[in-house]
Design a protein. Structure first.
Length: 343
């Protein structure tokens, strides 16, 4: 008998680490197999049944994985992220689209082997949206899942296409076959807003101006924002994002009316974030020097999104609103990080 496992790709980031810890803390924790381009960090290895260093584009590696394990759930976190995708769009397409296609095919094969569906949990992004202009962005109500899907970035294009691939593999795969039936892929996706972490250093992402302000202030350094003060987009604290992945995976299939769900917690402008940072760190110096490329990207994202479908279908409710995110999670955690640093 093959061991039944949960597979997590791209597991060596903060989302992957948090997901692994929370899954293993469950009453009946799954055995977890992880894939990443790098070896898993030492502190997370005890939580994992097997760590595989490899590439989701390596079809031979995936074939071996498929033959060795009974994979019940796939959390597909591996991706080339937004800013990096703009510098290497063709590579981003291979990783983000071809890699996802490879994992969906793995799910098809596993469902055939096990005779029951494979859950495929896919983090998408607010980057799938493309607002036509600032006037529209400022005037429309919170945007639900279906309008304004005209992304301006390779990352957004990749994520939107993979959402459609997931729907196809779940509901229409090989529909012209003599007996199309069902292939057993249970694709579930959520669209993350800007995720703000208190423990991971910002890495130049398109929405990283928010955590960059906090880290600069705690480190007693000036900060020059790459977006205008009025720039507004939705955000979420990292712990809520990790929890949402598990809650969506655990939701009864019959309750889900969509393949893809919006998710959000709070929307703030860059100036509102700066005000919260200044209230915690009165000596901070924040200025604005918009970078046209990144400014245009954030301007194309909605100021707020409607996640009522997730709240209705699977009980989504963020634990961190803006006040709690900043006052109980971000500011105290980041303050402790720099507390012992000699300035």
């Amino acid at each position: 008998m093959r061991r039944t496992v949960t597979l997590i790709t791209g597991a060596n980031g903060e989302v992957g680490h948090g997901l692994i810890r929370q899954l293993r803390a469950q009453e009946n924790p799954p055995d977890i197999v992880v894939m990443d381009l790098r070896s898993m960090d030492v502190e997370i290895q005890p939580y994992v049944y097997q760590c595989i260093v490899g590439d989701i584009l390596d079809e031979n590696l995936l074939a071996n994985l498929s033959s060795e394990y009974d994979i019940a759930v796939i959390y597909h976190l591996a991706a080339l992220l937004s800013t990096h995708s703009e510098f290497r769009p063709e590579v981003a397409h291979r990783v983000n689209v071809r890699g996802t296609l490879n994992l969906l095919q793995l799910a098809v094969e596993q469902a055939e082997w096990r005779g029951s569906p494979v859950k495929f949990i896919f983090p998408s992004s607010v980057a799938v949206y493309g607002m036509p202009d600032l006037e529209t962005k400022a005037s429309v109500p919170p945007v639900h899942e279906d309008p304004y899907l005209n992304p301006t970035t390779m990352y957004g294009c990749n994520k939107l296409y993979c959402e459609h691939l997931g729907r196809y593999y779940t509901s229409h795969y090989r529909q012209l076959a003599a007996n199309p039936g069902t292939n057993g892929v249970d694709f579930r996706s959520l669209r993350f807003p800007g995720l703000i972490s208190a423990t991971t250093m910002p890495s130049g992402g398109t929405s990283d101006y928010a955590p960059e302000m906090l880290h600069a202030a705690a480190d007693n350094k000036p900060y020059e924002s790459f977006v205008r003060p009025d720039t507004t987009m939705p955000f979420m604290a990292m712990p809520d994002g990790i929890r949402a992945l598990i809650e969506l995976a655990d939701a009864p299939r019959e309750n889900l009316t969509r393949a893809v769900y919006n998710l959000t917690s709070f929307s703030l402008s860059a100036e509102q974030i700066a005000d919260r940072v200044a209230a915690a760190f009165p000596n901070v110096k924040i200025s604005y020097n918009p970078s046209q490329g990144r400014q245009n990207i954030v301007d194309s994202w909605p100021a707020d999104i409607d996640d009522s479908a997730a709240r209705r279908d699977w009980g989504w409710q963020p634990k961190y609103d803006a006040d709690r995110a900043f006052n109980e999670y971000l500011i105290p955690t980041i303050r402790r990080k720099y507390a012992g640093k000699v300035v």
